[in-house]
Design a binder for this molecule. Structure first.
Ligand code: ARG
Length: 243
């Protein structure tokens, strides 16, 4: 036989291309989105619902998950250039994004929220007119903020920076995913954070995959379906959203 072996793994044969048949799954994430993806303060390890989910999927499809921290608006470009195989980043399945990437089956029903400080006199969307809104660059929250009349939108690479801007008084409100708002207000009681659901913003989160990797999409969807059937999905869901 004529094959190339590296550390016990066949990486090619003679005359074949140098491309490796990799057992790695390179996963991009923007780890500033608690409880979906973030870094554990003590260990600095990636953690969160999406991280557990993609690691469980990796096991089921026999691939070693390698995580890369990527700015949220750079995830789709990174998929397109094959710098990453999957984006696990609380990403909303949208029409515009679906033209550029494949999505897994939806794994989370989401909505958006307006986050503000107690006493800010915000009780409806109308109260946001003329206000400064912080949001994460490239997110559905930022898109929505731009649609509110007469607001100044301040965009940040990381979602925690958008929340920090509100905390520091640089913005009157933040538009962000509801479960993230919920978590944040619970975890930071000292900040006196309030939030309200943004009306009619039901959306779904999915894992994003290279447009040309239907195979991987199918494997991931099967793994998700299996996890739902055997209860692992539910266990993870309960762990992070304690329902
Ligand atoms: N769900 C929103 C979107 O897709 C926000 C996702 C932000 N994710 C993150 N890891 N920071 O636009």
């Amino acid at each position: 036989g004529c094959m190339l072996v590296l550390a016990g793994t066949v990486i090619g044969g003679c005359g074949t291309s140098t491309q490796t048949t990799s057992n790695k799954l390179i996963v991009g994430t923007n780890a500033t989105f608690v409880p979906f993806e973030f870094k554990d303060e003590k260990t600095q390890d990636y953690t969160g619902f999406d991280i557990d989910l993609i690691r469980a999927i990796g096991k089921r499809i026999n691939k070693d998950v390698e995580l890369k921290n990527v700015a949220f608006d750079a995830l789709i470009p990174a998929l397109n250039t094959h710098d990453i195989d999957v984006a696990a980043s609380g990403m909303t399945i949208t029409k515009a994004r679906s033209e550029k990437v494949l999505f897994s089956s939806p794994y989370y029903e989401n909505a958006l929220a307006v986050v503000y400080k107690d006493g800010a006199n915000i009780t409806s969307l109308d109260d946001l007119k003329g206000k400064k809104i912080a949001a994460q660059l490239g997110t559905t929250g930022a898109d929505l903020a731009h649609k509110i009349e007469g607001t100044t939108v301040k965009e940040f690479d990381h979602s925690n920076e958008a929340l920090l801007e509100l905390q520091n008084g640089g913005a009157d409100a933040t538009v962000i995913d509801l479960p993230v708002a919920q978590f944040y207000s619970t975890k930071h009681p000292d900040q006196h954070i309030k939030f309200m659901a943004y009306p009619n913003t039901k959306e779904y989160l999915g894992l994003a995959i290279n447009k040309d990797n239907k195979d991987l999409q199918e494997q991931i969807n099967k793994a998700i379906a299996d996890m739902k059937a055997d209860g692992e999905f539910n266990t993870l869901y309960k762990k992070w959203f304690n329902v």
